[in-house]
Structures are given as C-alpha cells and as structure tokens.
Design a protein around this ligand. Sequence first.
Ligand SMILES: [Cu+2]
Length: 220
Amino acid sequence: MRHKAYKVTPLLALLAFAVPASGQESVVEGVVRVERAKVLTTGAKSDKEVVVSLEPLETKPIPPPQKRVEMDQRGMVFLPHVMTVQVGRTVAFLNSDNDRHNVYFLFEKTGDTLDIGTWGPGQTVTHVFKEPGVVVTLCQLHLEMAAYILVFDHPFHTVAEIRADTQTATFKIPNVPPGRYQVNAWHKRLKLKGQPVPLVVQGDRVAVPDLVITKKQYAK
Ligand SMILES: [Cu+2]
C-alpha cells in the first residue's frame, strides 16, 4: 500500500531538525584527579600525561583511520612522550635530530621486544601495531630516551594533561556511538583507583564520574 504524498510545512521541518536522530554519537567528557601523589608537569621527570579510554562492550568494530600518526625524535626525546593509537593504524617514526636514532619496542603484556631499525636525520620508518597493549618505546643508541604507546582495538581513547596547580586533567572523547563501555585511565606511574567505571552512552554529551589515579598501594 502506498502512502499518500504530502508537503512538509516549514514548521515541521524545523521540528525534525531540532530533535536528534536516534543512534547519534556522543561526546564523553570528565576529569581525572590525582590523589595522595604529586605529578610533575615540567622537566625531564614530567609525567603529566594520562590516557583515558572507553572499552566498548557491545559496539561493532570500527576500522582505524587512514591518516597516519607521528612520533618524532627531536632534541634527544620522543615526541609525544605518551601516544595512543588504534590497532591497524600506521605510526610514522621521524628523526628530526642531527644524529642517528633507533626505535625498539618492549611489549608490556608479553615481554616481547622488537627492533624496527636505526636511521639517520630526516628519515622516517613506519610501523603498524597488530595487538592492543602498552608498548614501551626505546632507543638503543640513547638509553635515556623512552616513550609510551598505548594500542587499543577501538578508536575511543585520548591523552589528557594533568595541570600543575589543580592536579587534575580534563578529557573529551568525541564521536562515541550509543552503547555500554568501561572507562579506564592509564598513567605511567600511578594507577586507577578501583575498577574501570561502567558507562552507558546515550544522548548528546555524557559525563563520566571523576576518575582517580593514585599510588599503587592506595589504588585498591
Ligand atoms: Cu636515540
């Protein structure tokens, strides 16, 4: 049976526009607080980066972005110091120094290592991670150099920065489809207090209860 055709009045069109379509993606935002510890935000011992991720419990796999991400070696440090990337996305390792550098991975989960080579100024080597996990990234030629790459099998992750004065970091993860997730936080020295936070994403903006990171002995 065919429906009768009718004209949409301008008022109806406006109303339809104002109501969000079902299945719309959300922005997930919140705060990470440092408790019973002090995070340095400047200098060589800075550890201001905290990674927040939303582990999907039911959404369909999402392919990684085509655009590559970059990690540089500049002034004898890895830049950025902490990076997140999705499994299958290309990571380009640059060398912006007038010196040779090496890139060497230590996979925290398995203890396996992988040396992807040593190269000179201006050269780039790419790598694609195939498994999620924490990858400690080192240079065999300069033992003081270290970075952390967190590999996820989904695109819902971000690196937030802890502020010196408040010892808090705000984070925002856009384009999150409706569904159930677990919110987790990773810091190179501190641990998430308690268990990953369950979260139901639905609606325009979704706020996460404060996440607390603290020393290992206080994290339970
Ligand atoms: Cu080096």
